[in-house]
Write a protein that binds this ligand. Structure first.
Ligand code: HEC
Length: 109
């Protein structure tokens, strides 16, 4: 019994460890993306007018991909692991080093 409780405790400790690694997506978006894509994702952030290519309107992604949110495409674009041909270099790469392991884990799933 004591051994079982010990294992549960270890499990909870592991979960607590994971919890600290979770990224607040909204906060991360506001910090890393909104300058170009705008606070509402429409592509009208304050930096947009200074770029050679206009930032994409992220609110129409699902509609442009047959009604299904293209999660793998989005994660790969953000991470920089794979970008479609002709993708401009105006958007920086936000590889795994930027936000810890969570982006890499999303891409690998
Ligand atoms: C410095 C400006 C800038 C920042 C910061 C930026 N982007 Fe972008 N983003 C762009 C531009 C410009 C494009 C269009 C590139 C192209 O199509 O060649 C783009 C395209 C994209 C696309 C592809 C959309 C599509 O319709 O194919 C996604 C997804 C995306 N950005 C998400 C993000 C996310 C999420 C962040 C924050 C982690 C971010 N971007 C930060 C400028 C930026």
């Amino acid at each position: 019994m004591t051994q079982r409780l010990g294992l549960i405790g270890l499990g909870l400790l592991a979960l607590a460890g994971c919890a600290t690694d979770v990224v607040d997506g909204k906060q991360a978006y506001l910090e890393d993306c909104s300058a170009c894509h705008g606070t509402n994702g429409k592509g009208d952030g304050p930096m947009a007018r200074d770029l050679a290519k206009a930032p994409a309107d992220l609110t129409t992604l699902a509609a442009r991909y047959d009604g299904t949110y293209p999660r793998d495409y989005v994660m790969s674009t953000i991470d920089g692991l794979h970008r479609q041909e002709g993708f401009s270099y105006e958007m920086p790469e936000f590889g795994a080093g930027n936000r810890g392991g969570i982006v890499a884990a999303q891409v690998l799933i």
